[in-house]
Write a protein that binds this ligand. Structure first.
Ligand SMILES: C[S@@+](CC[C@H](N)C(=O)[O-])C[C@H]1O[C@@H](n2cnc3c(N)ncnc32)[C@H](O)[C@@H]1O
Length: 196
């Protein structure tokens, strides 16, 4: 899976990595920046998603589809679909271009909208990646945790890079008896929770 990233996907990954790096130094406005996960976190997500129990995968916060490509590798491997939510129209357009260029339109669907408005449709979810604005983490977690399959994995990004903003969210998940959870100190800090 990680050893044979298809050439079309590798090319789009490299393009988005370069754009994301430029965004961070060239004064691009916050909402226009890609703000995507580092490559090692993408690989970590793919490994976790590939190890998750059967059931659909969800991503909350698509941006240009960089993390969605890593998750698509795992979804191909485990024969599941990824649905990724994005509120900003410009990002949805970029992400759909990513799906086309990386040749993963058969595995990934990008939904233009707020995950919270569509959460009730989900049951038996095998994997969820939460990477949206920090003020919606608690709402999104509350909605998705009961939609998870037994053994399903929820991963939330930025819990170390945005420790102050996410303090009550992290405390809530670590105290939630429905999951086993811990913070993994890699990348920007990944909270991993497994539904019991
Ligand atoms: C940090 S970026 C996602 C980066 C992406 N996961 C990656 O690594 O390539 C966060 C994105 O979440 C989107 N977003 C924020 N709140 C959302 C919500 N409630 N539902 C869906 N998307 C949301 C933002 O517009 C933004 O593009």
């Amino acid at each position: 899976m990680l050893r044979d990233v298809p050439a079309a996907m590798a090319a789009r990954m490299a393009e988005l990595e370069a754009r994301d790096a430029a965004d961070r130094t060239d004064g691009t406005a916050h909402l226009a920046r890609l703000r995507q996960v580092p490559r090692a976190t993408g690989e970590f997500l793919a490994l976790l998603c590939a190890a998750a129990p059967p059931g659909p995968a969800i991503e909350i916060g698509t941006s240009a589809g960089y993390s969605a490509m890593w998750l698509a590798l795992a979804c191909r491997e485990t024969k599941r679909q990824l649905t990724s939510y994005e509120v900003l129209a410009e990002k949805v357009e970029l992400a759909r271009e990513t799906l086309r260029l990386a040749e993963i339109e058969d595995v990934v669907e990008v939904v233009h909208g707020d995950f919270r408005d569509d959460a009730s449709r989900w049951r038996g979810v095998g994997f969820c990646f939460l990477d949206a604005e920090k003020d919606v983490y608690e709402d999104c977690y509350g909605l998705v945790v009961d939609a998870m399959a037994s053994g399903g994995l929820i991963v939330a990004d930025n819990v170390i890079s945005h420790a102050a903003e996410l303090e009550s969210f992290v405390a809530r998940v670590l105290a939630d008896e429905r999951v086993d959870a811990l913070v993994v100190p890699m990348g920007k800090g990944e909270l991993v929770a497994r539904r019991r």
